[in-house]
Each structure stands twice: as C-alpha cells, then as structure tokens.
Design a protein around this ligand. Structure first.
Ligand SMILES: [Zn+2]
Length: 85
C-alpha cells in the first residue's frame, strides 16, 4: 500500500488522502471562456517528478503540496502551503 507523508500528522496510508489536483492560479473575472476552461479542465499530466495538491481528508483535513515521481511513485517531499518554493 502506498503511504503518503502528511506534513501535519506524519506518514499515513493512502486511503486517508484525497487528490485535489495540480496547483493552479485562479484566473481573474475579466478573462474569457477559453481561459476558464483551461483552468478547470486542462492538466499537464506530467511524467516524472510532479507537484500535486492533496488533502488529508481522513485525518487532519489539511491541504498540502506533495512532490512525487509519477513513474516510480516515489514521494520526494510534502510541503505545507506556505513552505512552497
Ligand atoms: Zn494530516
């Protein structure tokens, strides 16, 4: 079973977590439908090291950033939102 590190609680089993997408900057209200569609539906789906947003839904409920390799499933690091760089 995959184990993920919550930066608030420590390492837990993957079923306690929910994938919440890729980090994205929300567009302003003055943009068109194409920009909103890209924001809502287009994902990079990168192969290799990748940054994702996860929630520890079955634990503390906090959102955090997880860097992992999408090929090997190796977890590189977990960051609290303010720690992102
Ligand atoms: Zn947690």
């Amino acid at each position: 079973m995959l184990r993920l590190p919550c930066p608030y609680c420590g390492e837990r089993d993957e079923p306690e977590f929910r994938f919440a997408g890729e980090p994205a900057v929300r567009p302003g209200s003055d943009v068109g439908d194409a920009v909103w569609a890209a924001y809502l539906y287009m994902r990079s789906n990168e192969k290799g090291p990748h940054r994702e947003v996860w929630s520890h839904a079955g634990g503390c409920g906090q959102f955090f950033l997880l860097e992992r390799d999408t090929v090997s499933h190796a977890v590189l690091r977990a960051l609290r939102p303010g720690e992102a760089s």
